[in-house]
Write a protein that binds this ligand. Sequence first.
Ligand code: FES
Length: 109
Amino acid sequence: MKWYPVPGIELTGEPFIKKVKLSGKGIIIIGYENNLYALGSTCPHAGAELSGGWCKEGKLICPFHRYAYDLETGKGDPGQNDYVDSFPVEIRAGEVYIGIETFWDRVFN
Ligand code: FES
């Protein structure tokens, strides 16, 4: 697992959705109810940009057709049969880090 710092996030407790590109991947970092989450930024249903979505009851809602994805796991609601990637988030010395599995992690695990 390689960890990437994401500068410029102020942890004020206010909700936010911020899109970043890390290791070639579009990722949205979500602040919601005093927790941080990181999910893939593209909706698997029809490719919408999820950074334009919003959070409701522990889920990220896609702005196009309102599909819902669990903030913790990225799993789609029952019946959707889809998911978005989810990434671990850590705060180190006040800075946000996102963990991304490397090729070698996949080979050796
Ligand atoms: S593109 Fe996201 S729900 Fe259809």
